[in-house]
Design a protein around this ligand. Structure first.
Ligand code: ADP
Length: 541
């Protein structure tokens, strides 16, 4: 019987890096090279003469061993992946090639197998598949829109700009929006998740692929421009709140994130994530309306508390008008009317009428329901305006007022009426605290000052009973009050107004050794050059 391998072949196969072994048609091993010994962990003297099937306990993913043998006999050649047992009991995955050996008469005499270990490669491939699967799952399952953009066509355009001497790309893009549009036209959506189709599309995913400029309203194209500029300077991402547009032409507010990982940039790919903020924006808007309403109700309630003062403020000029009118009449009714005195009386009447007009304007502006209008305000002016509201109330309660206002206070950005509301509220609280406690000395100080480089502070100090122990943490809670007819909304509203303007408010006992409470708020200062605004339209009575 012809041996399945010659000694010359054996010598050649010994030099192979692949594991090579030869078996006869019964499966007994006749040749076993060093690489086979290394791969399977059996030295050649242990392997030779033994059954390959018993030694290696071969498994194929789909076929039986006999099935693979049958394929070999049919085609004379077979190639596939086999799991094999090794000398140390572990299994290795081997890529094996079998070829049938025949004698001179063409009868099969043996099988030559060459193989190499693919366990590690397979493991890596499985790991990659699992990662890809997880990534796909995340890509699809997240309630956010994810896109993969191909910007390879933008590369040469950027190079052309740099070659033409453009150094500051962001500035160039700002000056040339048409260039940004052209870049966007060359940037393609190559992949996106289902959420993106729901958010931007009309149900057809393929319709959404292609140039991205359709999704960018003019006001947002600089977001794209900044992405291009940042990706070139090696920054890892660009995150901005912006507006994008759906295929149905509906614009919405969103949080836009572009990631520039080095691997992706090298492939000409950018990943972007988009989170729809429109519901949040609607909720924020509804909350703003509610806060405006609440602040308005609270203003009306303060005006209610001030009604006696208001009546007094209006009655005073009206009484003067009546007095001057009677005096004028008397001068006219003289046998020789004194027209100079009449003129004087009329001028006084005009002045008093103007005073009434001013009081009514001031009250109407407080009473009006209007959305907040932030402007640059001179806080000292707002303090003076506010103290006009409380003037009578303070005098009625024998409160001595001291104002200590910083000269050259920088402006702050806030709504004038809301600021007045805060100051009136704090002053009224202080006056009420002193009156309720029957304090013998009733002193109130309103102070404004600059704090550090960029803050303005207002303080209201009183000589009342101060804050009772244990109440400090509750004063700003909604509906917390210690007054019989209090509503407990003054301080929470003051806090929401101050915080909306970027500031902080605190109420505590005075720390200067004198009894009483100190309420203080700080607001960010604007540059002195900011143009000051009145913040509310002039209201005629
Ligand atoms: P209200 O005036 O309706 O009570 P606020 O929210 O304005 O509601 O005030 C809450 C509580 O804070 C007051 O009831 C009072 O107990 C306390 N408070 C506010 N200002 C002072 C102050 N200057 N001195 C002492 N307690 C104060």
């Amino acid at each position: 019987m012809t041996p399945p391998i010659s000694s010359v072949e054996a010598e050649v196969f010994e030099r192979f890096h692949d594991a090579v072994f030869v078996r006869d048609m019964e499966g007994n091993i006749h040749f076993w090279n060093s690489a086979a010994a290394a791969l399977y962990g059996w030295p050649s003297h242990s392997a030779l003469g033994t059954s390959a099937r018993a030694l290696l306990q071969c498994r194929h993913e789909k076929e039986t061993y006999d099935g693979v043998d049958a394929l070999l006999l049919e085609h004379g050649y077979w190639e596939g992946e086999l799991s094999r047992l090794t000398g140390n009991g572990s299994r290795r995955l081997v890529n094996a090639r079998w070829s049938l050996r025949r004698d001179a008469a063409g009868h099969p005499v043996g099988v030559l197998e060459t193989g190499y270990d693919i366990s590690l490669a397979k493991e890596t491939e499985l790991h990659l598949k699992a990662t890809e699967y997880r990534y796909r799952n995340l890509f699809q399952a997240m309630a956010a829109s994810f896109w993969e953009l191909d910007f390879t066509a933008v590369g040469p355009k950027i190079r052309a700009l740099l070659d033409a001497g453009v150094r500051d790309l962001e500035a160039h893009f700002l000056a040339h929006p048409e260039v940004v549009r052209d870049f966007m036209h060359s940037t393609q959506v190559v992949d996106l998740n289902d959420h993106s189709v729901r958010l931007f599309g009309r149900g057809d995913r393929t319709e959404m692929l292609g140039a991205i400029d359709r999704y960018w309203p003019d006001e947002s194209i600089q977001v794209y421009a900044r992405c291009v500029a940042k990706s070139l300077t090696g920054q890892p991402n660009n995150i901005e709140v912006t507006r994008l547009r759906t295929l149905e032409d509906k614009e919405f507010e969103c949080l836009f994130t572009a990631c520039f990982s080095k691997e992706n940039i090298a492939r000409g790919v950018i990943l972007i994530g988009i989170i729809d903020l429109s519901e949040l924006a609607e909720a924020r808007h509804a909350l703003e309306i509610m806060q405006t309403e609440l602040a308005h109700v609270a203003r009306i309630s303060i005006l209610g508390e001030l009604s006696a003062s208001i009546t007094h403020e209006i009655n005073q000029p009206l009484t003067s008008i009546s007095t001057y009118a009677q005096a004028g009449l008397r001068w006219l009714q003289r046998p020789e009317p004194d027209l100079r005195e009449v003129e004087n009386a009329l001028l006084q009447i005009v002045d008093e009428a103007q005073r009434t007009n001013d009081v009514i304007s001031r009250i109407r502006s407080m009473a009006l329901r209007r959305p907040a209008q932030e402007t640059a305000l001179a806080l000292n002016e707002v303090i003076q305006d506010s103290l006009q509201f409380t003037d009578h109330e303070l005098r009625k309660n024998s409160v001595r007022l001291t104002t200590d206002l910083a000269i050259s206070l920088p402006p702050v950005r806030a709504d004038r009426v809301l600021m007045q509301q805060v100051i009136v509220n704090l002053v009224m609280n202080a006056a009420q605290a002193m009156a309720c406690a029957n304090s013998t000395t009733r002193e109130l100080t309103v102070r404004s000052e600059v704090v550090g480089a960029n803050e303005v502070r207002l303080e209201v100090l009183d000589s009342g009973p101060g804050i009772a122990p244990g109440l400090e943490g509750k004063l700003f809670d909604s509906f917390f009050t210690t007054k019989a007819t209090g509503m407990g909304m003054g301080l929470p509203i003051c806090r929401s107004i101050i915080e909306a303007a970027g500031g902080l408010i605190q109420l505590a006992n005075r720390d200067d050794g004198k009894g009483g409470a100190k309420v203080a708020f700080t607001l960010p200062a604007l540059p002195h050059s900011s143009a000051l605004g009145r913040g509310f339209p002039h209201v005629s009575p």
